[in-house]
Design a protein around this ligand. Structure first.
Ligand code: NIG
Ligand code: FE
Length: 423
């Protein structure tokens, strides 16, 4: 009997596999070779998984008797894995456009934070917002990300800083998972800032004794699913000891450790993450050589966020040193009211120009390695048989246009496909 498949994409000028050759991630040498098939095709089955990828002629002959729900002729176009955004804060109310002017005039991120703005401003508005309004703005942000090529995105809570609002945000993330096709990895980030009027010890106690136990109950009851735990480990926010106890408690509940570290000051966050078996640490503008070595040894991914370094005029994350040391380097947009960027192609462009990554390195960091940072590299992040059929079709014959063109990607990305469905 002939097989019926969901989708055939055929005759693409290039199919970029970002092939992991059985590894769950790529480091420097592997990142140079993304495995590009000239004139290639991809088959996605009715289960949404990739069934075949290879030169067009051999795919055609292997599937001569097969039928397809949809066929896309990609002549003159190229096919890439869907992009993975490994770090975002997309659920909130109250933008901070007024703070942008303050920062342009010289105020630092922590100046604004200490003056009661920054995260505190967004917390105030998010606490007051209705869940339905949060869901509507969140979904429209996800659609923007999707249009720029993101098919898997990490989404954090963290603008509640108390149980009720953190839960409201996590429930909004759950609702979006049911509404949209984009894949979501959800992160509890109740330790994003110390709430006004509380000490670090009090905030830590509330997370350990009130928030996490309730989340554990809801997770066991199947009401909510959370993948990762996050803490903003920084001077004037959560110190190393409180970070350690929160991350350990999250790990004991089965969450992946994936946190903010060494952003504005060297905190030895990288060493802490390596010691705790963290899957990923984000930012790392101020990481030390020792921290880099520890992350390489522990296979803890570095999620670099070029938009934040750019907007806050921070030192650039040391991508080259990390790659040389064998660290698994991933990328994220850090979409949040401070860094309002939904576009992973812009993130890759900044990573290449400002952090001196090559285009193949940036693409691997925004696909297979970002998937690794979310514990999903066995199912996402590359075009390989049995992985999810998540891919992009670009209107250009060479894939590098995705990074070379600065902005305007809604025009360049012809199709976004998630599990074989054209979005
Ligand atoms: O990753 N550094 C801490 N958290 C976010 C910013 C969140 C905000 O400013 O609202 C970040 O850049
Ligand atoms: Fe962040």
């Amino acid at each position: 009997m002939s097989k019926h498949h969901r989708l055939l994409v055929e005759n693409a000028s290039q199919v970029v596999l970002v092939c992991s050759n059985g590894e769950k991630y790529l480091t420097k040498d592997g990142m140079k070779n993304l495995c590009v098939i000239e004139n290639g095709s991809v088959v996605i089955g009715s289960d949404g998984l990739i069934k075949a990828v290879g030169p067009s002629e051999s795919i055609r002959s292997q599937h001569s008797g097969a039928t397809f729900e949809k066929v896309i002729d990609a002549t003159g176009m190229c096919v890439l894995p869907g992009l993975v955004d490994a770090h975002t804060h997309p659920v909130w109310a109250g933008d901070r456009v007024h703070e942008f002017a303050m920062k342009l005039a010289g105020a630092t991120y922590m100046d604004v934070h200490r003056a009661g703005g920054g995260i505190h401003f967004t917390v105030e508005h998010t606490r007051a917002a209705k869940a339905s309004d949060l869901l509507a703005s969140f979904c429209s942000r996800l659609v923007r990300m999707q249009r720029a090529g993101t098919t898997l995105v990490e989404c954090k809570s963290g603008y509640g800083l108390e149980l009720q609002t953190e839960l409201k945000m996590l429930e909004v993330i759950e609702a979006a998972k049911r509404t949209l096709s984009i894949n979501i990895s959800s992160t509890y980030c109740g330790a994003h800032a110390v709430p006004r009027g509380k000490t670090v010890a009090e905030a830590t106690e509330d997370i350990l004794q009130v928030q996490l136990p309730r989340l554990r109950e809801l997770m066991s009851a199947g009401i909510i699913s959370i993948d990762n735990i996050d803490v903003f480990c920084e001077q004037g926010v959560f110190d190393l000891d409180s970070t350690r106890s929160i991350l350990q408690a999250g790990r004991d509940m089965g969450l992946n450790i994936n946190f903010h570290g060494d952003e504005l000051h060297p905190m030895n966050s990288a060493q802490l993450g390596a010691e705790l078996g963290a899957l990923a640490i984000s930012h790392l503008e101020e990481v030390t050589d020792e921290g880099i070595k520890a992350m390489a040894r522990a296979k803890t991914a570095a999620v670099l966020l070029p938009t934040t370094a750019y907007i806050l005029r921070l030192p650039q994350p040391r991508a080259r040193d990390m790659l040389e040391a064998g660290v698994i380097v991933a990328l994220g947009s850090d979409f949040n009211p401070n860094a309002y960027c939904c576009s992973m192609p812009i993130v890759m462009h900044l990573a290449c120009v400002n952090m001196r990554m090559s285009m193949p390195e940036a693409l691997a960091a925004a696909t297979i390695n970002a998937a690794y940072a979310l514990g999903r590299s066995h199912t996402h992040g590359s075009l390989e048989v049995d992985k999810h059929g998540d891919l992009l079709i670009l209107k250009t014959a060479r894939w590098e246009h995705l990074i070379y063109q600065l902005g305007g990607h809604q025009e360049l990305v012809r199709h976004v496909i998630i599990k074989g469905n054209v979005i």
